[in-house]
Design a protein around this ligand. Sequence first.
Ligand code: BTN
Length: 152
Amino acid sequence: MMRTTPFLLVLFLVLGAHSLSAKKVLSSAEFPALQCSLTGRWVNDLGSNMTIKILNANGDFIGIYYSAVSVTTKKVKVSPLLGSQHLNQPTFGFTVRWTFSDSITVFTGQCFVDDDGKEVLRTMWLLRSRVENIKNDWKATRVGYNEFKRLE
Ligand code: BTN
């Protein structure tokens, strides 16, 4: 009895610590491969809304995008997006073909889970505008960042 009590105490401590650590939500810094699903509604730092509708078994997806801003003076309209996510990986890319302008935007990014367990999509984009001639090509492409959070 005298010899088994400390053993049981150690066993309880080890099992207790293990069950506590198993419940902890891992942040992307601790476990970079932690997945999040791209399907659903997202809003970015500009206030633009995006809905990713279908993600198939190959990782291909479609959706719609409603931008809060535009480089044109035209009325913003909902536009289709077409993208792809690496299977079992958080990296993805998609293209938005703007229906109200001649521009097109490609986004590339990664899905992270922050310390509060919230999903965040960190992206970079290239926005290609149409220019009248090749002399103006130098000013046709804008570059930027967007961060998307899930709309509940
Ligand atoms: C256009 O102005 O011709 C099309 C709209 C472009 C909107 C850009 S795409 C990158 C950035 N992120 C957004 O959510 N909107 C702007």
